[in-house]
Design a protein around this ligand. Structure first.
Ligand SMILES: Cc1ncc(COP(=O)(O)O)c(C=O)c1O
Length: 478
């Protein structure tokens, strides 16, 4: 199928002309109510089948811009961050409750290790490492599993199966590419972390969106229902499942029993389970379980970005089944060579006693901020407590406004925009996390409390003042 749109038509449809499409860096402008990139996207809406069509892939729509890249949604929290930063640079007192980025820097032991590695003596070269990363770091990771979780076999976490990655995001690309082919179906939770959807889409995978249950999670029960529904409807089977527990955005956690059932179901149904455990270490009383306790086939992905407070160091890891060692090694060699050597070197300090003591203090701060937010939300009578996700782990509170608190054009997307423009408080609208074919994205929103206790307090004060004025607007629009 040929798919070529003359540049003149693009220029007509999008007032900003073709330049924006020829230069991906020009995609941040507003194009009526849609962005420039969306303007193009709306013209190629539902063209995902094109990505699957080898003939089309060979023929680019425009020089230098692939259809694949144009099919990818923005990571909306980064759009919110960009606008929040813009307001901040204009001198506004912006409260950042949008990104999941710890306010604290990396642990002091890690910073010192980085400085001494760079300055010496002896001054380290910081050349390439093995594709899977520094062996001592992989040994520490292996030990971490053996120390923290009961029943993980040493074989499952052998250093030969541990891959140090460029953040967990680098791990997603490696895992998805190693496990799935174009056209494969991968199940994700809705609500869930947006980049799963966006990266899988870019790789030409199809998505099975599974709605979360009343406890804001998906368990073996919901997966089984979807497997059976697809069988009955004659739809393609599910090849993979990716989930995070604790979840971003809901903060819900699978119990060890629920995780075990999910691992077993995936093994029985030949579904490659990818367990994103990036928020492990940040939880408030519930037991954390790893898929490595229950399955030899699951892939576990983790990162230094959250608990270890090293988001910009771009360092994460995966534990993979034996069968994937060779393919992932080849992919890592070609795609990344290795994760940043300076970050790997410094991260060797991550499990020192002093480091853990510092990191545990951060968790205490998250616990306080979490209470501030949950208490403030409970004061808002219009919000149904059942519509506030449990926030058992991670550093997010996810809220559903409910049907009564929205009006046409005045859902959570407009609310987050108004809150940012009027009160300089940045929350993330739910459309980052929800199945785009439904309407929940415009009813839900996420508050991040990774930015510190003072930020959480001030943000909730401003939200409290804003809320009645917002409700008046909603009522007037009904
Ligand atoms: C669930 C989840 N997985 C992965 C990531 C990406 O993290 P990294 O910095 O390790 O790439 C995030 C970031 O917010 C996340 O929330």
């Amino acid at each position: 199928m040929n798919f070529f749109i003359p540049l003149s038509i693009v220029a007509l449809v999008c007032p900003h002309g073709v330049d924006a499409f020829l230069n991906p860096s020009l995609t941040r402008f507003s194009c009526g109510t849609v962005r420039g990139r969306d303007c193009f996207r709306s013209m190629v809406a539902n063209r995902s089948e094109d990505i699957l069509d080898a003939d089309v892939v060979k023929e680019p729509a425009f020089a230098g811009v692939s259809r694949r890249s144009l099919s990818v949604e923005s990571f909306k929290v980064m759009d919110v961050l960009e606008r929040a930063n813009e307001l901040q640079s204009q001198g506004k007192d912006v409260l950042h409750c949008e990104v999941g980025q710890p306010e604290s820097g990396c642990p002091s032991t890690v910073a010192e290790a980085a400085v001494s590695a760079l300055t010496g003596p002896p001054r380290q070269v910081m050349g390439y490492t093995d594709a899977f990363g520094l062996l001592p770091l992989r040994e520490n990771i292996c030990q971490h599993y053996l120390d923290k979780y009961s029943g993980v076999s040493a074989e499952n976490v052998d250093t030969s199966r541990i891959v140090v990655t460029t953040g967990s995001s680098g791990g997603f690309l490696l895992a998805f590419t190693a496990c799935f082919d174009t056209g494969d179906t991968v199940a994700i939770a809705s609500s869930g972390y947006p980049c799963y959807r966006n990266i899988l889409g870019a790789l030409g995978c199809e998505l099975a969106n599974i709605g979360i249950n009343s406890e804001f999670k998906i368990t073996a029960l919901e997966l089984k229902e979807e497997i059976e529904r697809r069988r009955e409807m004659g739809e393609k089977p599910i090849n993979g499942l990716i989930l995070s527990s604790p979840s971003n955005p809901t903060g819900s956690m699978l119990t060890p029993g629920e995780l075990k059932d999910l691992c077993q179901l995936c093994d029985e149904e030949n579904i490659q389970f990818i367990s994103d455990e990036i928020y492990h270490g940040i939880s408030y009383g519930k037991e954390e379980a790893t898929a490595l306790q229950f399955s030899n086939n699951a892939i576990v992905i983790n990162s230094f970005s959250k608990y270890y407070s090293m988001s910009g160091w771009r360092l994460g890891w995966m534990v993979i089944p034996q069968e994937l060692v060779e393919p992932v090694n080849c992919l890592q060699q070609n795609m990344f060579i290795n994760a940043p050597t300076i970050s790997q070197t410094a991260a060797l300090k991550c499990w020192d006693e002093e480091t853990i003591a510092e990191l545990e203090k951060h968790v205490e701060k998250y616990r306080t901020s979490r209470s501030v937010i949950l208490d403030e939300l409970s004061e808002i009578s219009e919000l149904d407590p059942e519509n506030i996700a449990p926030a058992d782990g991670g550093f997010y509170v996810y809220v559903d406004l409910g049907e009564n608190n929205v009006a046409p054009g005045l859902g959570s997307v407009a609310m987050c925009k108004a809150l940012l423009e009027e009160e300089y408080v940045a929350f993330t609208p739910g459309n980052d996390f929800e199945d785009p074919s439904g309407n929940l994205g415009d009813r839900r929103f996420r508050i991040s409390y990774a930015g510190g206790i003072e930020t959480a307090k001030k943000a909730m004060e401003r939200f409290h003042n804003f809320w009645p004025t917002w409700m008046e607007r909603v009522q007037a629009a009904k």
